[in-house]
Design a binder for this molecule. Structure first.
Ligand SMILES: Cc1ncc(COP(=O)(O)O)c(C=O)c1O
Length: 422
Protein backbone atom coordinates (compact mmCIF):
# COMPACT_ATOMS: atom_id res chain seq x y z
CA UNK A 1 0.00 0.00 0.00
CA UNK A 2 1.49 3.35 -0.97
CA UNK A 3 2.17 6.27 1.30
CA UNK A 4 -0.70 8.61 0.41
CA UNK A 5 0.55 12.05 1.36
CA UNK A 6 -2.67 13.86 0.46
CA UNK A 7 -4.64 11.68 2.86
CA UNK A 8 -2.02 12.12 5.54
CA UNK A 9 -1.85 15.88 5.17
CA UNK A 10 -5.63 16.05 5.19
CA UNK A 11 -5.50 15.04 8.87
CA UNK A 12 -3.43 18.10 9.87
CA UNK A 13 -5.37 21.40 9.79
CA UNK A 14 -2.20 23.42 10.44
CA UNK A 15 -0.79 22.27 7.11
CA UNK A 16 -3.54 24.18 5.31
CA UNK A 17 -2.57 27.53 6.82
CA UNK A 18 -0.74 30.20 4.92
CA UNK A 19 2.07 32.61 5.74
CA UNK A 20 1.63 35.93 3.96
CA UNK A 21 -0.15 34.26 1.05
CA UNK A 22 2.22 31.27 0.75
CA UNK A 23 1.67 27.77 2.14
CA UNK A 24 3.45 27.31 5.44
CA UNK A 25 6.30 24.81 5.32
CA UNK A 26 6.86 23.17 8.71
CA UNK A 27 10.44 21.98 8.93
CA UNK A 28 10.91 22.49 12.66
CA UNK A 29 9.43 19.10 13.51
CA UNK A 30 12.29 18.03 15.83
CA UNK A 31 11.16 20.87 18.12
CA UNK A 32 7.51 19.86 17.87
CA UNK A 33 5.18 18.38 15.28
CA UNK A 34 1.77 19.55 14.12
CA UNK A 35 -1.24 17.59 15.36
CA UNK A 36 -3.87 15.61 13.48
CA UNK A 37 -7.63 16.04 13.93
CA UNK A 38 -7.72 12.96 16.17
CA UNK A 39 -5.66 14.89 18.74
CA UNK A 40 -7.71 18.07 18.45
CA UNK A 41 -10.94 16.10 18.86
CA UNK A 42 -9.58 14.11 21.79
CA UNK A 43 -8.39 17.22 23.67
CA UNK A 44 -11.73 18.92 23.15
CA UNK A 45 -13.59 15.76 24.13
CA UNK A 46 -11.76 15.54 27.46
CA UNK A 47 -12.39 19.17 28.32
CA UNK A 48 -16.07 18.91 27.45
CA UNK A 49 -16.99 15.37 28.47
CA UNK A 50 -14.95 14.60 31.58
CA UNK A 51 -13.60 17.80 33.05
CA UNK A 52 -13.55 16.44 36.61
CA UNK A 53 -11.08 15.05 39.10
CA UNK A 54 -10.47 11.32 39.05
CA UNK A 55 -11.76 8.76 41.56
CA UNK A 56 -15.01 10.57 42.42
CA UNK A 57 -18.43 8.98 42.76
CA UNK A 58 -20.12 10.67 39.85
CA UNK A 59 -20.32 10.18 36.11
CA UNK A 60 -17.75 12.65 34.70
CA UNK A 61 -15.21 11.65 37.32
CA UNK A 62 -15.61 7.98 36.39
CA UNK A 63 -15.10 8.90 32.72
CA UNK A 64 -11.95 10.87 33.66
CA UNK A 65 -10.59 7.91 35.65
CA UNK A 66 -11.26 5.60 32.72
CA UNK A 67 -9.58 8.02 30.30
CA UNK A 68 -6.41 8.04 32.37
CA UNK A 69 -6.40 4.26 32.52
CA UNK A 70 -6.87 4.02 28.75
CA UNK A 71 -4.05 6.48 28.11
CA UNK A 72 -1.65 4.35 30.18
CA UNK A 73 -2.77 1.23 28.32
CA UNK A 74 -2.29 2.90 24.94
CA UNK A 75 1.23 4.11 25.74
CA UNK A 76 2.13 0.69 27.10
CA UNK A 77 1.00 -0.74 23.76
CA UNK A 78 2.94 1.85 21.78
CA UNK A 79 6.14 0.84 23.59
CA UNK A 80 5.19 -2.84 23.90
CA UNK A 81 5.59 -2.47 27.67
CA UNK A 82 4.58 -5.38 29.89
CA UNK A 83 1.99 -3.36 31.83
CA UNK A 84 0.20 0.03 31.79
CA UNK A 85 1.58 0.51 35.32
CA UNK A 86 5.00 0.99 33.73
CA UNK A 87 3.83 4.26 32.12
CA UNK A 88 4.19 7.54 34.04
CA UNK A 89 2.76 10.73 32.56
CA UNK A 90 4.13 14.18 33.35
CA UNK A 91 4.38 17.68 31.90
CA UNK A 92 7.37 16.99 29.60
CA UNK A 93 10.58 14.98 29.34
CA UNK A 94 12.67 17.49 31.27
CA UNK A 95 10.35 17.69 34.28
CA UNK A 96 10.02 13.90 34.43
CA UNK A 97 13.79 13.56 34.26
CA UNK A 98 14.43 16.05 37.05
CA UNK A 99 11.88 14.11 39.13
CA UNK A 100 13.79 10.91 38.43
CA UNK A 101 17.10 12.45 39.54
CA UNK A 102 15.50 13.04 42.93
CA UNK A 103 14.08 9.54 43.05
CA UNK A 104 17.16 7.68 41.80
CA UNK A 105 19.81 9.84 43.51
CA UNK A 106 19.52 8.13 46.92
CA UNK A 107 20.43 4.77 45.31
CA UNK A 108 23.98 6.00 44.70
CA UNK A 109 27.00 6.46 47.01
CA UNK A 110 29.69 9.16 46.74
CA UNK A 111 32.37 7.95 44.32
CA UNK A 112 29.88 5.91 42.26
CA UNK A 113 30.11 6.60 38.54
CA UNK A 114 27.56 7.59 35.96
CA UNK A 115 27.93 7.71 32.18
CA UNK A 116 26.40 10.26 29.86
CA UNK A 117 27.27 11.15 26.26
CA UNK A 118 28.24 14.09 24.06
CA UNK A 119 25.12 13.39 21.99
CA UNK A 120 22.60 14.33 24.67
CA UNK A 121 19.99 17.03 24.56
CA UNK A 122 20.54 19.02 27.75
CA UNK A 123 17.36 17.46 29.17
CA UNK A 124 19.27 14.19 29.53
CA UNK A 125 22.50 15.84 30.58
CA UNK A 126 22.20 18.66 33.12
CA UNK A 127 19.67 16.86 35.38
CA UNK A 128 22.11 13.94 35.83
CA UNK A 129 25.11 16.21 36.28
CA UNK A 130 23.17 18.05 38.98
CA UNK A 131 22.36 14.72 40.64
CA UNK A 132 26.04 13.79 40.41
CA UNK A 133 27.24 17.03 42.00
CA UNK A 134 24.61 16.77 44.75
CA UNK A 135 25.67 13.22 45.64
CA UNK A 136 29.42 13.26 44.91
CA UNK A 137 29.24 11.00 41.86
CA UNK A 138 31.84 10.82 39.08
CA UNK A 139 30.54 11.64 35.58
CA UNK A 140 32.13 10.02 32.52
CA UNK A 141 31.17 11.24 29.05
CA UNK A 142 31.08 9.05 25.95
CA UNK A 143 32.15 11.07 22.89
CA UNK A 144 30.83 10.57 19.38
CA UNK A 145 32.98 10.60 16.25
CA UNK A 146 32.98 13.97 14.50
CA UNK A 147 33.59 12.10 11.23
CA UNK A 148 31.00 9.33 11.38
CA UNK A 149 28.60 10.91 13.91
CA UNK A 150 28.23 7.73 15.93
CA UNK A 151 29.59 6.10 19.06
CA UNK A 152 32.41 3.61 19.33
CA UNK A 153 31.00 0.82 21.51
CA UNK A 154 34.51 -0.23 22.55
CA UNK A 155 34.88 3.26 23.99
CA UNK A 156 31.64 2.74 25.91
CA UNK A 157 32.99 -0.57 27.22
CA UNK A 158 36.15 1.20 28.39
CA UNK A 159 34.11 3.66 30.47
CA UNK A 160 32.34 0.92 32.45
CA UNK A 161 33.94 0.04 35.78
CA UNK A 162 32.72 -1.86 38.85
CA UNK A 163 31.56 1.52 40.21
CA UNK A 164 29.38 2.43 37.20
CA UNK A 165 25.80 2.61 38.41
CA UNK A 166 23.81 4.63 35.91
CA UNK A 167 23.85 5.75 32.24
CA UNK A 168 21.82 8.42 30.41
CA UNK A 169 21.69 7.59 26.72
CA UNK A 170 20.45 9.38 23.63
CA UNK A 171 18.39 7.18 21.28
CA UNK A 172 18.37 9.66 18.36
CA UNK A 173 20.11 13.03 18.20
CA UNK A 174 18.06 16.20 17.74
CA UNK A 175 21.01 17.78 15.90
CA UNK A 176 22.83 15.00 14.03
CA UNK A 177 19.87 12.73 13.39
CA UNK A 178 21.95 9.66 14.34
CA UNK A 179 19.98 6.71 15.69
CA UNK A 180 22.19 4.99 18.23
CA UNK A 181 22.41 1.18 18.57
CA UNK A 182 20.36 1.27 21.74
CA UNK A 183 19.82 -2.45 22.16
CA UNK A 184 23.56 -3.16 22.07
CA UNK A 185 24.39 -0.22 24.32
CA UNK A 186 21.76 -1.19 26.89
CA UNK A 187 22.87 -4.84 26.78
CA UNK A 188 26.50 -3.87 27.52
CA UNK A 189 25.47 -1.66 30.42
CA UNK A 190 22.92 -4.12 31.81
CA UNK A 191 25.55 -6.87 31.79
CA UNK A 192 27.53 -4.64 34.17
CA UNK A 193 24.47 -3.98 36.36
CA UNK A 194 24.12 -0.35 35.21
CA UNK A 195 20.71 1.40 35.33
CA UNK A 196 19.87 2.67 31.83
CA UNK A 197 17.83 5.82 31.14
CA UNK A 198 17.06 6.28 27.44
CA UNK A 199 16.04 9.62 25.92
CA UNK A 200 13.72 8.60 23.06
CA UNK A 201 12.28 12.08 22.45
CA UNK A 202 13.67 12.28 18.91
CA UNK A 203 13.42 8.61 18.06
CA UNK A 204 9.75 8.18 19.03
CA UNK A 205 8.35 10.22 16.08
CA UNK A 206 10.36 8.20 13.55
CA UNK A 207 10.62 4.57 14.61
CA UNK A 208 8.93 1.75 16.53
CA UNK A 209 9.92 1.35 20.18
CA UNK A 210 9.86 -1.99 21.96
CA UNK A 211 11.04 -1.52 25.53
CA UNK A 212 11.07 -5.25 26.23
CA UNK A 213 13.34 -5.82 23.27
CA UNK A 214 15.55 -2.86 24.25
CA UNK A 215 15.78 -4.10 27.82
CA UNK A 216 16.21 -0.56 29.19
CA UNK A 217 15.17 0.40 32.71
CA UNK A 218 13.70 3.79 31.79
CA UNK A 219 12.76 5.52 28.54
CA UNK A 220 11.40 9.06 28.18
CA UNK A 221 9.63 10.81 25.32
CA UNK A 222 7.34 13.76 24.66
CA UNK A 223 4.02 13.38 22.86
CA UNK A 224 4.31 16.78 21.17
CA UNK A 225 7.18 15.39 19.10
CA UNK A 226 5.09 12.46 17.85
CA UNK A 227 2.01 14.36 16.66
CA UNK A 228 0.41 14.65 20.10
CA UNK A 229 -0.10 17.43 22.65
CA UNK A 230 2.45 18.92 25.05
CA UNK A 231 2.83 16.03 27.45
CA UNK A 232 5.68 13.84 28.65
CA UNK A 233 5.82 10.08 29.12
CA UNK A 234 8.23 8.02 31.17
CA UNK A 235 8.46 4.26 30.85
CA UNK A 236 9.95 2.48 33.86
CA UNK A 237 10.39 -1.27 34.15
CA UNK A 238 8.01 -2.54 36.85
CA UNK A 239 10.79 -4.04 38.99
CA UNK A 240 12.64 -0.72 38.88
CA UNK A 241 9.63 1.46 39.72
CA UNK A 242 8.21 -0.69 42.51
CA UNK A 243 10.92 -0.21 45.19
CA UNK A 244 11.65 3.45 44.39
CA UNK A 245 10.83 6.02 47.03
CA UNK A 246 8.68 8.65 45.30
CA UNK A 247 8.24 12.22 46.49
CA UNK A 248 4.48 12.07 46.78
CA UNK A 249 1.69 13.32 49.00
CA UNK A 250 0.76 11.06 51.90
CA UNK A 251 -2.75 10.52 50.52
CA UNK A 252 -1.44 9.16 47.21
CA UNK A 253 -1.21 5.35 46.97
CA UNK A 254 2.31 3.95 47.27
CA UNK A 255 2.27 2.14 43.95
CA UNK A 256 3.41 2.87 40.40
CA UNK A 257 2.48 4.81 38.40
CA UNK A 258 0.29 6.75 40.90
CA UNK A 259 3.14 7.55 43.27
CA UNK A 260 5.05 9.34 40.47
CA UNK A 261 2.07 11.21 39.02
CA UNK A 262 1.76 13.91 41.62
CA UNK A 263 -1.09 16.42 41.66
CA UNK A 264 -3.98 16.73 39.25
CA UNK A 265 -3.20 15.09 35.94
CA UNK A 266 -3.65 16.74 32.54
CA UNK A 267 -6.74 14.94 31.28
CA UNK A 268 -6.62 16.87 28.03
CA UNK A 269 -2.95 15.93 27.65
CA UNK A 270 -3.56 12.23 28.18
CA UNK A 271 -6.63 12.34 25.95
CA UNK A 272 -4.52 14.02 23.26
CA UNK A 273 -1.96 11.22 23.58
CA UNK A 274 -4.79 8.77 22.92
CA UNK A 275 -5.70 10.84 19.85
CA UNK A 276 -2.11 10.68 18.57
CA UNK A 277 -2.09 6.93 19.04
CA UNK A 278 -5.41 6.64 17.22
CA UNK A 279 -3.87 8.58 14.31
CA UNK A 280 -0.82 6.29 14.26
CA UNK A 281 -3.06 3.22 14.27
CA UNK A 282 -4.98 4.65 11.34
CA UNK A 283 -1.75 5.28 9.46
CA UNK A 284 -0.43 1.82 10.30
CA UNK A 285 -3.52 0.06 8.98
CA UNK A 286 -4.19 2.37 6.02
CA UNK A 287 -0.61 2.71 4.77
CA UNK A 288 1.62 0.27 6.59
CA UNK A 289 -0.28 -3.00 6.39
CA UNK A 290 2.72 -4.70 4.77
CA UNK A 291 4.62 -4.05 8.02
CA UNK A 292 1.97 -5.42 10.39
CA UNK A 293 3.57 -8.02 12.65
CA UNK A 294 1.45 -10.87 13.90
CA UNK A 295 3.67 -11.58 16.90
CA UNK A 296 2.76 -8.28 18.61
CA UNK A 297 -0.51 -7.16 20.24
CA UNK A 298 -2.79 -5.63 17.59
CA UNK A 299 -2.41 -1.99 18.66
CA UNK A 300 1.37 -2.32 19.05
CA UNK A 301 1.60 -3.87 15.59
CA UNK A 302 -0.46 -1.06 14.05
CA UNK A 303 1.59 1.71 15.66
CA UNK A 304 4.86 0.00 14.78
CA UNK A 305 3.68 -0.50 11.19
CA UNK A 306 2.92 3.23 11.00
CA UNK A 307 6.39 4.08 12.28
CA UNK A 308 8.08 1.71 9.84
CA UNK A 309 6.08 3.09 6.90
CA UNK A 310 6.90 6.66 7.95
CA UNK A 311 10.59 5.86 8.31
CA UNK A 312 10.69 4.38 4.81
CA UNK A 313 9.14 7.51 3.35
CA UNK A 314 11.33 9.78 5.47
CA UNK A 315 14.46 8.17 4.00
CA UNK A 316 13.40 9.69 0.66
CA UNK A 317 13.03 13.10 2.34
CA UNK A 318 16.45 12.80 4.03
CA UNK A 319 18.04 11.72 0.76
CA UNK A 320 16.67 14.63 -1.22
CA UNK A 321 17.50 17.14 1.50
CA UNK A 322 21.04 15.95 2.11
CA UNK A 323 21.81 15.65 -1.59
CA UNK A 324 20.45 19.15 -2.20
CA UNK A 325 22.41 20.68 0.66
CA UNK A 326 25.64 18.96 -0.32
CA UNK A 327 25.32 20.35 -3.84
CA UNK A 328 25.54 23.89 -2.43
CA UNK A 329 29.20 25.02 -2.28
CA UNK A 330 30.85 24.84 1.15
CA UNK A 331 27.78 23.61 3.01
CA UNK A 332 28.72 21.13 5.70
CA UNK A 333 26.07 18.63 6.84
CA UNK A 334 26.71 17.49 10.42
CA UNK A 335 25.39 13.96 10.33
CA UNK A 336 25.26 10.71 8.39
CA UNK A 337 25.00 11.47 4.66
CA UNK A 338 25.50 8.04 3.06
CA UNK A 339 22.09 6.89 1.75
CA UNK A 340 22.97 3.26 2.48
CA UNK A 341 23.14 4.22 6.18
CA UNK A 342 19.81 6.05 6.39
CA UNK A 343 18.42 3.29 8.61
CA UNK A 344 20.80 4.77 11.22
CA UNK A 345 19.36 8.28 11.06
CA UNK A 346 16.11 10.17 11.51
CA UNK A 347 15.38 12.87 8.90
CA UNK A 348 16.72 15.73 11.06
CA UNK A 349 19.49 17.45 9.09
CA UNK A 350 21.77 20.17 10.49
CA UNK A 351 24.25 22.18 8.50
CA UNK A 352 26.66 25.09 8.65
CA UNK A 353 28.72 27.10 6.23
CA UNK A 354 31.76 29.07 7.26
CA UNK A 355 30.73 32.66 7.97
CA UNK A 356 26.98 31.90 7.87
CA UNK A 357 24.92 33.20 10.77
CA UNK A 358 22.38 30.38 11.31
CA UNK A 359 19.88 32.86 12.77
CA UNK A 360 20.01 35.00 9.60
CA UNK A 361 19.26 31.92 7.52
CA UNK A 362 16.25 30.99 9.68
CA UNK A 363 14.94 34.57 9.45
CA UNK A 364 15.31 34.55 5.66
CA UNK A 365 13.43 31.24 5.37
CA UNK A 366 10.70 32.57 7.66
CA UNK A 367 10.11 35.42 5.20
CA UNK A 368 9.16 32.68 2.72
CA UNK A 369 6.92 30.82 5.16
CA UNK A 370 9.52 28.12 5.81
CA UNK A 371 10.07 27.34 9.49
CA UNK A 372 13.39 25.92 10.68
CA UNK A 373 15.37 26.15 13.92
CA UNK A 374 18.82 27.61 14.39
CA UNK A 375 21.31 27.54 17.25
CA UNK A 376 21.94 24.73 19.73
CA UNK A 377 18.36 23.42 20.06
CA UNK A 378 19.18 22.75 23.75
CA UNK A 379 21.65 20.07 22.64
CA UNK A 380 24.55 22.03 24.04
CA UNK A 381 26.76 18.94 24.58
CA UNK A 382 26.54 18.20 20.84
CA UNK A 383 27.12 21.77 19.68
CA UNK A 384 30.09 22.19 22.04
CA UNK A 385 31.62 18.88 20.93
CA UNK A 386 31.28 20.03 17.30
CA UNK A 387 33.03 23.30 18.23
CA UNK A 388 30.08 25.39 17.08
CA UNK A 389 29.03 26.99 20.37
CA UNK A 390 30.56 30.38 19.52
CA UNK A 391 29.45 30.27 15.87
CA UNK A 392 25.70 30.39 16.41
CA UNK A 393 25.28 26.62 16.27
CA UNK A 394 23.65 25.08 13.21
CA UNK A 395 20.68 25.53 10.91
CA UNK A 396 18.41 22.54 11.51
CA UNK A 397 15.96 21.37 8.86
CA UNK A 398 13.71 18.68 10.29
CA UNK A 399 11.15 17.15 7.95
CA UNK A 400 8.75 14.46 9.04
CA UNK A 401 6.30 12.08 7.38
CA UNK A 402 3.79 14.78 6.38
CA UNK A 403 6.33 16.90 4.50
CA UNK A 404 6.61 16.62 0.73
CA UNK A 405 9.57 16.29 -1.58
CA UNK A 406 8.44 19.57 -3.16
CA UNK A 407 8.78 21.27 0.23
CA UNK A 408 12.28 19.86 0.56
CA UNK A 409 13.20 21.08 -2.92
CA UNK A 410 11.81 24.50 -2.08
CA UNK A 411 13.82 24.86 1.12
CA UNK A 412 17.00 23.69 -0.60
CA UNK A 413 16.48 26.25 -3.37
CA UNK A 414 15.94 29.03 -0.82
CA UNK A 415 19.01 28.02 1.17
CA UNK A 416 21.05 28.04 -2.05
CA UNK A 417 19.69 31.46 -2.97
CA UNK A 418 20.55 32.92 0.44
CA UNK A 419 24.03 31.45 0.52
CA UNK A 420 24.81 32.64 -2.98
CA UNK A 421 24.03 36.18 -1.84
CA UNK A 422 25.89 36.03 1.50
C1 LIG B 1 16.43 14.64 22.34
C2 LIG B 1 15.60 15.48 23.24
N1 LIG B 1 15.56 15.20 24.55
C3 LIG B 1 14.84 15.92 25.42
C4 LIG B 1 14.10 16.99 24.99
C5 LIG B 1 13.31 17.76 26.01
O1 LIG B 1 11.97 17.45 25.90
P1 LIG B 1 10.85 18.30 26.67
O2 LIG B 1 10.70 19.56 25.91
O3 LIG B 1 9.64 17.43 26.60
O4 LIG B 1 11.31 18.52 28.05
C6 LIG B 1 14.10 17.34 23.65
C7 LIG B 1 13.34 18.52 23.17
O5 LIG B 1 13.57 19.02 22.10
C8 LIG B 1 14.87 16.57 22.76
O6 LIG B 1 14.92 16.86 21.44
Amino acid sequence: MSFDLDRIRGHFPALELEHAGRPRVYLDNPAGTQVPTQVLDAVRWALVECNANMHGNFHTSRVATDLVHRAHEAMADMYHAASPDEIVFGPNMTTLTFMMTRVLGPLFEPGDEIITTHMEHDGNNTPWRRMASDRGLVVKTLPFSRDTYDFDLDELASLITPRTRFASLNYASNILGTINPMREMVAMLKAAGVITYVDAVQYAPHGPIDVQELGCDFLVASAYKFYGPHHGILYGRAEMLAPLHAYKLSVVPDRAPDKFETGTQSLEGQSGVLGAIEYLQWLGTAMGSQHLRTDLPRRTAEIHAAMTAMAEYEHALSGRLIEGLQAIPEVHVHGITDPTSFARRVPTVSFTREGLDPAAMAEFLDQHGVYVWNGHSYALPVIEWLGLADKGGVVRVGPTHYNTLDEVDAVVALIGEFLAAH
